[in-house]
Design a protein around this ligand. Structure first.
Ligand code: ADP
Length: 163
């Protein structure tokens, strides 16, 4: 049986921290579907289409990984895709409480789907989409934290050259 995992998130935008989780996750699963949650209550810097474009560009050379977007309940999307796992990354203790709640809720909603957590690589412990956006907004050097196509998109979006 093909083992499919969903890696859900905002990916606004995708960072090298996300990529690290994806590259390690693909060793555990046959297929990973990186899934952007369409959340009408949360507007990002990038539109869902822009985030999807950046993910597709970044993931194009990684076999068995693809990006999609979804609306509604994560467990429903996972079941629709015949996935048996939800993959998430953990950075600090501060991530834990929310992730724990979400994992328990998802388990209550569908006991067939397991939440699987990978600890961040030390290099990426301080890397988050929001910190990167904040640094970029003020012209900070974000080299090495995001894939090159993301840096380019940030420069276009913010109308400034970044370090
Ligand atoms: P969300 O809004 O759902 O937290 P994100 O795009 O910020 O979406 O993150 C998606 C997933 O990737 C989450 O599980 C998050 O903990 C994980 N993640 C984000 N940045 C890193 C990182 N630097 N190292 C490991 N995991 C990360």
């Amino acid at each position: 049986m093909e083992r499919i995992a969903i890696y859900p998130g905002s990916f606004d935008p995708v960072t090298n921290g996300h990529l690290d989780i994806i590259k390690r996750g693909v060793k555990l699963f046959d297929t990973i579907i990186v899934a952007i949650l369409i959340n009408p209550r949360k507007t990002g810097l990038f539109t869902v289409e822009e985030r999807l474009d950046m993910l597709n560009e970044t993931l194009k050379d990684i076999p068995h990984v693809r990006a999609e977007s979804f609306e509604g309940l994560l467990v429903d999307f996972a079941a629709q895709k015949s996935a048996t796992a939800i993959l998430r990354g953990l950075r600090a203790v501060s991530d834990f409480e929310y992730e724990f709640q979400m994992a328990l809720m998802n388990r209550k909603l569908n006991r067939e789907i397991q939440s699987v957590y990978l600890m961040t690589g030390l290099r990426w412990i301080f890397t988050s989409s929001s910190i990167i956006k904040e640094a970029a907004l003020f012209g900070g050097d974000i080299n090495g934290m995001v894939p090159p196509c993301v840096k380019k998109r940030l420069e276009e979006k913010l109308g400034k050259k970044l370090g």
